[in-house]
Design a protein around this ligand. Sequence first.
Ligand code: CDP
Length: 794
Amino acid sequence: GPATREANPSATAADRPIGFGRIQRKEDPRFVRGKGRYLDDIVLPGMLHGAILRSPMAHGRIVSIDTTEALAHPKVHAVVTGKDLEALNLAWAPTLSADVQAVLATDKVRFQGQEVAFVVAEDRYAARDALELIDVEYEQLTPVVDARTALAPGAPVVRDEMEGRTDNHVFDWEAGDAAATDAVFARADVVVTQEVVYPRVHPAPMETCGAIADYDAVDGKLTLYETTQAPHAHRTLFAIVAGIPEHKIRVVSPDIGGGFGNKVGIYPGYILAVVGSIVTGRPVKWVEDRSENLMSTSFARDYIMTGEIAATREGKILAVRTNVLADHGAFNATAQPTKYPAGFFHIFTGSYDLEAAHCTVTGVYTNKAPGGVAYACSFRVTEAVYLVERMVDLLADELGMDPAELRLRNFIRPEQFPYPNKTGWEYDSGDYEPTMRLAMRMAGYDELRREQAEKRARGELMGIGISFFTETVGAGPRKHMDIVGLGMADGAEVRVHPTGKAVVRLSVQSQGQGHETTFAQIVAEELGIPPEDIDVVHGDTDQTPFGLGTYGSRSTPVSGAAVALAARKVREKAKLIAAAMLEARPEDLEWEKGRWFVTGDPTQGRTMPEISMAAHGTIELPEGVDGNLDAEVTYDPPNLTFPFGAYICVVDVDPGTGHVTVRRFVAVDDCGTRINPMIIEGQVHGGLADGVGMALMELIDFDEDGNCLGGSFMDYLIPTAMEVPDWETGHTVTPSPHHPIGAKGIGESATVGSPPAVVNAVIDALEPYGVRHMDMPCTPARVWAAMQGRATPP
Ligand code: CDP
């Protein structure tokens, strides 16, 4: 295939930039040499190991639990059941969505894989062996498996422990203007309706979840090593839930082997490790295996969406409307800002200038794992982008128009930014057409359409799929957004040491995104200190300022802004000190990267190392300036940032087997100011692979008894290098007007934007068979069935 267009040129030390640019990742020497320190690498003296007994069935009443034999195992130190936790008032824990979740089941099991008992033993093998010795008697109950029947009269009630609860309803939520939307639909020439399902998938990070709890009974201090994307939020929640004073809790999030939203929540295993350590007086490690991760530790999506799009005959899109049924599993543990039970789904108006829009979302309980995490996306924006980009393609088909042309005609125009959409968002900046045109040029769009026509004439199936997405990342303004009452701000602290080297401390937590490099680059850009002279500290609540952590591509939009502003405070302070050193007035000084000098006399200047030494030295400091070069900022973003992109996917479908090959993928992204293009491309490559996976193979499915059919990598397929093409990436730059350096997030753009491009391409390939829509994942079996005009098989 064609080579990646933006290959990393080997940068020499001489052209290594001080600030933004393509520099090698500071964390790579440790990762490529196997010197990363992940949770399971940590071994504490006297450490014990925990294992969780899980429910074999989706729905059942617990009749009895007998732990006698397990406790008699010579290597077992403790066995904890729901009854034991009830006595500590810890059997149920609050979720991120104002619900509660069983830490260990007391009354019923509500999904296959649910936590039932916890064993603490000398080693992991003994803990696992002892699980077999626990005797649980269940009375099997009929499960609720299909979200569509969850609200049917007479459906079994999943959450019957809740006072007065007689159904499986979680919430109803809406956005937009129903009446105005109905009025536009009533006068539209063309209306297209389609049920679009975004099935249940899983973030499946390379490293599964785990925790090591080390409770010191003497001074009452809990040290908790956790695979977490949000160490500070976890500390606060542990203080609230477990009643341990917050200043006595230290959360350490070491190197994280991928998070993708999977490591945002507090899972029962984390709490059980703490209980295990308190009970035994020893450190306790719990690390889940792959099946536990896939079956019980959260999920993503699971939205059944009925979409409608209204347009004129000429192809002016007027309005979109949707009703969504959201499967939340057995406990409402979805992660999103409190005000938004459907996350940021209401950005489903996409990149188009519409007259009206309206959506309703209904959440239901089923006998499935809870979670609903934002898998590499900003709180349900993935579902939103998928829906609108499928609907636009369906409309193009209905109108007989080219899907690229239809999009180009309906984009929000550059002069309309900041653009208030019809469901309450204000897009900060955008210039969509050049991005789309660049993608079309890179793909050779017209040539591809000619090739497709020739192939169709020969009976070959080639498809071209387009997706144009607008993301909404960097949650978010405190006045609108909180997670369990904690406002979504982030802190940063910059210190310049006497010799001019610096440290920056962050509240966000890298899971592979290269923060140690890019956040040093932000400070380098602002202060002119080389990135290699700046250490980035994160992932330890004892060493970093408070903040809500990394998910939803919010690190750069929120914490990146905090870092830039903290560095600017340092720069201003340096100016006062330089003025004192130069015996000049501060207002007569000018800044060039790394140095203040006297306006009109560039020889009269002081470099940052000279200034930092003076700050910590003996010169008389100006009034009000204390003897350091340190600053701290907590950043409350005024708005989210709205990155966007144009993706074009080319597939070939084997008419005999239904097998889809992604032949080419062109991705043009716009994330505003680019800090490190190499890291950005890496983020995009990973997200595109995610998208191909979801579009073609990933699925957490269930049989009619509620048994999970996606509990291993044999069943839950993720793409490898064999299933993805060489990515062709490009970019445009439209800075965010409200971000200090103009940067928008990029981490998750490609996961959000790519699934519709792949699915649109598959459906485009199947046009000769009259296929207008099929649901993900487009497995060979499903594609083949669609070609036969049959319903989607599982
Ligand atoms: O929150 P998360 O780190 O997952 O997402 P992000 O803020 O979009 O950043 C992902 C990585 O790309 C980080 O290392 C960023 O600093 C980098 N990035 C960049 O170099 N330029 C941008 N405009 C945005 C992100």
